[in-house]
Structure formats: structure tokens, C-alpha cells
Design a protein around this ligand. Structure first.
Ligand code: HEC
Ligand code: HEC
Length: 267
């Protein structure tokens, strides 16, 4: 119940009027009916506290999240990749944490162990560095301070690494989510359909520039590891809500299973 309420609240804030249901008129904080509404302890003014969920979005495309310039040069560690041939990306792509460490956080031991994303670099899942050491590793050794991340940005992504990494095998067997498709439908309806449509084929979810075709059904099916990261941490630069703190692991897996049943294209 608690989870459901906060999810609905978050979605109303993020995507009103798309996700708020027709039976509830938009409401400007003038809440009269509800007597048990006490959101005073919702302390989201606290800017100093590390925000691990924001850190998860930074892991994807940091410059979009922290509003830095998009890097033009390659990441300083890029030239050291053990496999120089498989992945020929250049520029900003080489700065995405996921490009070296994977959506599954397992680097060369995971999905990026072969194919055109392979770099040969290790994952981050096994890292047992403290948050302080992670801050130093990411800010200094990895060059993200010089690239425009401030102390808070680096602390957020370090806290994400320390606290939020999951073993994707707990969610995904081979490439199928291990959750319950029927149970996931309701989460899809609540959290996704308002923007992506009932069938997930809306080619212009609110906030999109249009001609969108990386539909939920497609990404869930073709890249369930990316899908899992994105439903937990959102899509950088959009209002797509991060659900890591809203849904349990089981519910996320249910949502993944349902999304894998959606059509992958509109033709
Ligand atoms: C260009 C490839 C590349 C990118 C991009 C990259 N890393 Fe790394 N990362 C490495 C390499 C190489 C190592 C191991 C050597 C080292 O520590 O410098 C590493 C090591 C790590 C470690 C393990 C430290 C340990 O010893 O336990 C963590 C954690 C980490 N990176 C986090 C991140 C985060 C977070 C980002 C994005 C903000 C990121 N990395 C982006 C290449 C990369
Ligand atoms: C507030 C609207 C909104 C909500 C709610 C929302 N999304 Fe999104 N989503 C977007 C936008 C905007 C994009 C980026 C569109 C673009 O790139 O043109 C996006 C992108 C995506 C992508 C593509 C990522 C990629 O690889 O480019 C997937 C998959 C996705 N959403 C799935 C979901 C799922 C599953 C849910 C429910 C948990 C959800 N979204 C909820 C707006 C939303």
C-alpha cells in the first residue's frame, strides 16, 4: 500500500495529467478530502544527502544529468581497453560508465564479454571500495571532475555503486525476466502506459523529440539488462520516473516480464 501510494504520487507529480487517472481532478496542493495525508516528513529539500538514484542516471549519460558539456574527446582510459578492435565508439559514448562496465555491471564477465560493445574492462559489481575511495576513483582516476562533475555529482554516483548495484541474474534468466507477467501488467499501467501507451508503441512519449522507436517491448526483449537499469533509474533528460525505491525487486521483475510480452515494433 505504502509503495502504491508513493508511486502514484510520484507519477502525478512527474507526468500529470497523463498518469493521474480521470477520476481525480488536477489538484494544486489544495487537498481537502484526505485526512491521513501527512507528507511533512518528505524531506526532499536536503540537497547535501547523497542521491544514489540520481547516481544511477549518471551511470548512463552523466552530462545530461549533471548538465555538463557533452565530452568530445575519448575518455582517458579508453585507449587502454584490453580489446582494441571490437568497440570502435569514440567521443561521448566512451564516457558512459555503462560502455566500459556494462548495463549488467559485469564488464567483460557479462553481456559485454563479446559483441561490438566489448572493451575487455572489468565490471563494477565486485568492487568493495568505500564511498570515499569510490569518490576518489571516479572523480580523480577516472577524470570525471575535470569533465564537469562536481562533488555532489561524484558522491551520488559513488553512492549508487556502493549501495544500488544488483546482480541481474536475480531478475533475468538467460534473457527472460523471471517475474510474473500478469502481476507486472498493473505496474506497467500505473507507471508507463501514461507516456508510452497501453501497447508501448507511442512514438512520441511526452518529453520525446518524436520518431521514438526504442519501445518498452523492444528494449525489454532485446536488452533486458538496459531495461532493468532504465526502469530503476529513469531515462536521463526525461521525466521518466526512477522506480528503484518505489517497487520491490520482485515487482520490477514482474514489470520486466509484462514488458517482454508487449509488441516490439509498430509494423
Ligand atoms: C573508458 C572506460 C571506463 C569508463 C567510461 C568508466 N570506467 Fe570505471 N574503470 C575503468 C577501468 C579501466 C577500471 C580499472 C582500473 C582503474 O581503477 O583505473 C575501472 C574501475 C572502476 C571501478 C572499480 C574500482 C575498484 O578497484 O574496485 C569502479 C567502481 C568504477 N570503475 C566506476 C565507474 C563509474 C561509476 C563510471 C562512470 C561515472 C566509470 N567507472 C566509467 C574504465 C572505465
Ligand atoms: C513521463 C513520461 C514517461 C514515463 C512515465 C515513462 N517513460 Fe519511458 N521514456 C520517456 C521518454 C520521453 C523517453 C525518451 C524518448 C526519446 O528518446 O525520444 C523514454 C524512453 C524509454 C525507453 C527507451 C530507452 C532507450 O534505450 O532509449 C524505454 C525502454 C522506456 N522509456 C520504458 C519505460 C517503462 C517500462 C516505463 C514504466 C516503468 C516508462 N518508460 C515510463 C518517457 C516516459
Amino acid at each position: 500500500m505504502k509503495i502504491r501510494r508513493s508511486l502514484t504520487l510520484l507519477l502525478c507529480l512527474a507526468v500529470a495529467p497523463f498518469a493521474c487517472g480521470d477520476d481525480e481532478a488536477p489538484n494544486n496542493g489544495n487537498n481537502t478530502g484526505d485526512d491521513d495525508d501527512d507528507d511533512d516528513d518528505d524531506d526532499d529539500d536536503d540537497d547535501d544527502k547523497p542521491d544514489a538514484v540520481r547516481g544511477g542516471a549518471i551511470y548512463d549519460k552523466f552530462w545530461v544529468v549533471v548538465d555538463a558539456d557533452e565530452p568530445e574527446d575519448d575518455h582517458p582510459l579508453w585507449e587502454d581497453r584490453p580489446d582494441q578492435d571490437s568497440n570502435d565508439r569514440t567521443g561521448s559514448d566512451t564516457w558512459r560508465c555503462k560502455e566500459c562496465h556494462g548495463w549488467d555491471y559485469k564488464g567483460v564477465d557479462g553481456v559485454y564479454g563479446d559483441g561490438d560493445h566489448k572493451t575487455g574492462f572489468a565490471g563494477v559489481l565486485e568492487s568493495d571500495l568505500s564511498v570515499d575511495d569510490l569518490v576518489e576513483e571516479i572523480g580523480d582516476n577516472h577524470g570525471y571532475s575535470d569533465a564537469g562533475m562536481d562533488e555532489k555529482d561524484i558522491l551520488d554516483v559513488a553512492t549508487f555503486v556502493a549501495e544500488m548495484l544488483v546482480d541481474v541474474d536475480d531478475f533475468i534468466d538467460e534473457d527472460a525476466f523471471n517475474g510474473d507477467e500478469d502481476a507486472g501488467e498493473e505496474h506497467y499501467e500505473d507507471a508507463c502506459a501514461g507516456c508510452h501507451g497501453e501497447d508501448g508503441l507511442d512514438d512520441e512519449p511526452p518529453g520525446s523529440e518524436g520518431d521514438f522507436e526504442d519501445f518498452p517491448g523492444l528494449i525489454a526483449t532485446e536488452n533486458p539488462w538496459e531495461f532493468l537499469h532504465k526502469i530503476r533509474f529513469g531515462q536521463p533528460g526525461t521525466q521518466m520516473p526512477p522506480l528503484a525505491d518505489m517497487l520491490s525487486d520482485e515487482e520490477l521483475s514482474d514489470l520486466g516480464a509484462y514488458s517482454q510480452s508487449l509488441p516490439t515494433s509498430d509494423d
